[in-house]
Design a protein around this ligand. Structure first.
Ligand SMILES: *Cc1c(COP(=O)(O)O)cnc(C)c1O
Ligand code: SF4
Length: 356
């Protein structure tokens, strides 16, 4: 008779679980969620995908926590307000895998698959988890780039580019290196969802890529200090030493991180790990995600107050995507170039610039 395995064996087994295995065992349905969390959830039109380690972390924090709200389905997702394409990407998409909105930088989508389904996602009405993982249209990219020599940065987005294996990413990097693109950027949520994705092969891949491009940037997407786990910190201790730039982007989300101290903890936590907060996005008015949206006035007050609590180098730029494809713009903006002689101070008060 086979005896129950020992605790030591349990640990040895858990160490052999790769990030790919973790994706295979992700929770994918209301039934699986309900069995795991021992409670019921609203049915929504949107897919469910939560890797098991993340699910355990959510369970520890509780299903009303900031972590839970980002990933667990909610009845409010069935509300019909909001837009299907809130930032108007489609107008700037010459091929299915490219968005070219700004003069010199191009978004490239090598996959539409993510390691998790964020309930606030601005692409939640477009992403399909059943899509094929990797089908890069290099021919389309080559043709487009040869007609657009002004592009000097290619930004891998998605989906999440780190869903691709290291081998496939290497193939992509080689391709853009041949096309003489000087700068390459990856936008990813993977390091916080599964820090184990940043394995030794990934380190080797980035070391090689750093010789192929003039600048490599990795932008990590996270929204709350609870996403900074010990495992993520440990992994970053080594990775921050790579000759690349580490940035973060976050979305301001009602009920998740819309208070000054929460944002302070997040941004200070990041700079201490060698990750510079880059963008704080005002939430987009996306169908199925309107319960995360908050008034622009409330966001501005929060952001103005942050200045008092964190140094300038830990402060991201607070931006909004203007619907209709007008692009990103700083949200604490002066709404015109005509200066009225007053400025907003750290308490959100208007004060005079000219003292006499
Ligand atoms: C945000 C964004 C970029 C990148 O903009 P940066 O300001 O360089 O970070 C590029 N293309 C599109 C369509 C974007 O929305
Ligand atoms: S990782 Fe990004 S693209 Fe993917 S579901 Fe989350 S917010 Fe959307």
């Amino acid at each position: 008779m086979r005896l129950r395995q020992s605790a030591v064996e349990d640990v040895m087994l858990s160490q052999t679980i790769t990030w790919q295995d973790e994706l295979k065992t992700a929770l994918r349905s209301n039934e699986e969620l309900e069995a795991f969390f021992e409670t019921s959830f609203a049915k929504t039109d949107y897919p469910i995908f939560i890797p098991t380690q993340l699910a355990s972390r959510i369970k520890q924090r509780g299903i009303d926590s900031a972590l839970a709200k980002q990933f667990l389905p909610h009845a409010d997702e069935n509300n019909k307000g909001g837009m299907l394409d809130p930032i108007g990407d489609h107008a700037y998409s010459p091929t299915k895998q490219i968005v070219h909105r700004y003069h010199n930088r191009l978004l490239f989508f090598p996959t539409s698959v993510c390691p998790v389904q964020c309930r606030y996602c601005f692409r939640k009405n477009e992403l399909h988890h059943n899509d094929e993982l990797f089908k890069p249209d290099f021919e389309g990219v080559r043709t487009y780039l040869s007609a657009h020599p002004e592009v000097d940065e290619v930004i891998f987005s998605g989906g999440d580019p780190l869903m691709l294996s290291n081998e496939k990413l290497e193939k992509c990097f080689d391709e853009f290196s041949k096309l003489k693109v000087p700068m390459l950027r990856l936008h990813t949520r993977m390091p916080v969802i599964m820090p184990s994705r940043l394995d030794q092969d990934f380190v080797a891949l980035i070391k090689k890529a750093a010789t192929q491009f003039e600048l490599i940037t990795i932008v990590i997407h996270l929204n709350h200090v609870d996403e900074i786990t010990d495992e993520f910190k440990t992994v970053m201790k080594e990775l921050r030493l790579l000759p690349i730039q580490w940035l973060s982007q976050s979305v301001l989300l009602k009920g998740v991180n819309d208070n000054v101290m929460t944002l302070k903890d997040l941004f200070l936590g990041l700079v201490k790990m060698g990750i510079k907060p880059y963008y704080l996005h005002h939430p987009d008015q996306v169908r199925g995600g309107m319960h995360f949206w908050l008034d622009i006035e409330d966001g501005r007050k929060l952001f103005a107050a942050l200045r008092n609590y964190i140094p300038g180098h830990a402060l991201p730029e607070y931006v909004i995507d203007i619907p209709g494809g007008h692009g990103k713009t700083p949200l604490l903006n002066p709404e015109g170039f005509e200066f009225n002689g007053q400025l907003l101070n750290k308490h959100g008060e208007l004060v005079s610039y000219f003292l006499n």
